[in-house]
Design a protein around this ligand. Structure first.
Ligand code: FCB
Length: 480
């Protein structure tokens, strides 16, 4: 029996500005931390940068046509802060905002709902020069930018996602340094978390001041599904608790009105005294959330580190001598998960997605959720017929969408699903080598080809029924 989804379940795909746009120095755009970082030798695989990326800035109409071909009902994209507000301060850049306005108008006209992310990691370099996210002023600058975009696009856009994965922005950017700006300062990373949270609250407030209470505000988190290596060991269970605190509850707590968890503050006391939290901040952060964005890729397994040798760090978040798990250095080790794996080395475990949605639903029963990212990188091959028969990706998507459907049937209020990604793109430190798209991009010619997974996804959207993942099934009709 194939699984059915209700007709109001929203099907979309997602991208992010720096990963697809290119045109890095055009239309008045100034550099972001990702321009600086990717241009720093040794930071990205093969020295890849987002200078050209998918050249979406110039080819967006072609990409929009592909979205209509897939039958997308929604498109989640992010706005480049330094394109619409060069330097991160001052008035709107008319050329920058015109680009997004054109896209939004076209989407609305085609009946594709635009879901805007305001911040997907590309902080204007000037704001980093002034201290970046560890600096409180950045939160206020972000709210100012959010207000400006709301004013410009608020007649068309109803759902506003403030931040994408603040965990990555704070900890990969400021603790382990495998993302821009590449700093390895654990205390600064905790301050960055707080200022991202605060920036979210201030931005949500600014958006509603501009657009009224009907403006829908969300935030997208990458919550960590962490298993204890030995569930019967209280030390391993405590390792899970620590990772849950510094990885998940440090965001969920303040966002959902519960403040920062006391166990977290105790765990990281040797790193920071949390004095960056000022009176009233927690109330500011806890603005009404209309929907919680959930990104999910894989799970991790931890155990209490016994102090013997070097702790294993197979957390899937890049190679760095510095850990992103602030406060847990020397306490928790991340063990290699059993496979199968994607090309990122991430283990494939759809059950983790089911467990995550069910646990969120148990903790926050009245909070609607949206799967804002899920997908997989695989080493795609172009066949002689020009098609990409990416059955490994189809199978990954099938099993994860099935898990979403099961969670929904079991009571989780999940409203939609966005596949990561619409097309192959600049995968941060991994450059162009890791391909997540349901559309292939040939980086020599920039030509786009819908992969079998794209056709498979189109048939799911059209029917609302989960097609078989079997390569021989009729659902996959390449080139139709
Ligand atoms: C997420 C990011 C997204 C993409 C996927 C693979 O963490 O939000 O930009 O890189 O991972």
């Amino acid at each position: 029996m194939s699984r059915n989804f209700p007709s109001d379940f929203l099907w979309g795909s997602a991208t992010a500005s720096y990963q697809i746009e290119g045109a890095a120095a055009e239309g008045g755009r100034t550099p972001s931390i990702w321009d600086t970082y990717s241009h720093t030798p040794g930071r990205t695989l093969n020295g890849d940068t987002g200078d050209v990326a998918d050249d979406h800035y110039h080819r967006w109409q072609d990409d929009f046509a592909l979205m209509t071909q897939l039958g997308l009902q929604a498109y989640r994209f992010s706005i480049s802060w330094s394109r619409v507000q060069p330097g991160g301060a001052g008035p709107v850049n008319p050329e920058g905002i015109a680009f997004y306005r054109g896209l939004v108008d076209a989407l609305i006209e085609a009946g594709i709902q635009p879901v805007v992310t305001l911040y997907h990691w590309d902080l204007p370099q000037e704001l980093e020069d002034a201290g970046g996210w560890p600096n409180r002023a950045t939160a206020y600058a972000f709210a100012d930018y959010a207000r400006l975009v709301a004013r410009e696009l608020g007649d068309k856009v109803t759902v506003w996602t403030t931040l994408n994965e603040p965990w990555c922005a704070a900890y990969l950017g400021y603790a382990s340094g495998v993302h821009a700006p590449g700093r390895t300062e654990p205390a600064a990373a905790l301050a960055a978390v707080h200022h991202l949270n605060l920036g979210h609250g201030l931005a949500a407030k600014a958006i509603r001041e501009e657009l009224g209470e009907q403006a829908q505000v969300s935030i997208t988190l990458n919550l960590h599904v962490t298993r204890a290596d030995d569930p019967s060991s209280s030390a391993d269970r405590d390792a899970v608790r620590r990772i849950d605190a510094v990885g998940n509850r440090i965001f969920l707590g303040p966002l959902l009105g519960e403040g920062y968890p006391a166990d977290l503050v105790a765990d990281v006391a040797h790193v920071s005294d949390f004095s960056f939290v000022q009176d009233g901040d927690e109330e500011l952060i806890a603005q009404r959330l209309d929907v919680l964005g959930v990104n999910y890729y894989s799970t991790s397994r931890v155990r209490a580190f016994d102090g013997d040798g070097e702790p294993e760090q197979a957390d899937g978040h890049g190679d760095s001598a510095a850990t992103p798990w602030v406060g847990s250095e020397g306490t928790v080790e991340f063990l290699q998960q059993p496979g199968p794996y994607t090309a990122m080395g991430w283990n494939i475990e759809p059950q983790g997605l089911y467990d995550l949605l069910m646990s969120l639903s148990a903790s926050y029963p009245s909070m609607p959720m949206m799967m804002t990212e899920n997908g997989a990188a695989f080493p795609d091959v172009v066949s002689d017929d020009g098609a990409v028969h990416d059955h490994d990706r189809i199978s990954y998507l099938h099993d994860h969408i099935d898990a979403v459907g099961q969670a929904k049937d079991d009571g989780a209020d999940v409203r939609g699903y966005f596949v990561w990604s619409l097309m192959d793109n600049f995968e941060w430190s991994f450059g162009y080598e890791r391909r997540f798209g349901v559309i292939r991009v040939d980086y020599d010619t920039l030509e786009r080809t819908i992969k079998d997974s794209g056709w498979w996804y189109a048939s799911l959207i059209e029917s609302g029924q989960l097609p078989s993942a079997d390569p021989l099934a009729d659902a996959v009709a390449p080139g139709r």
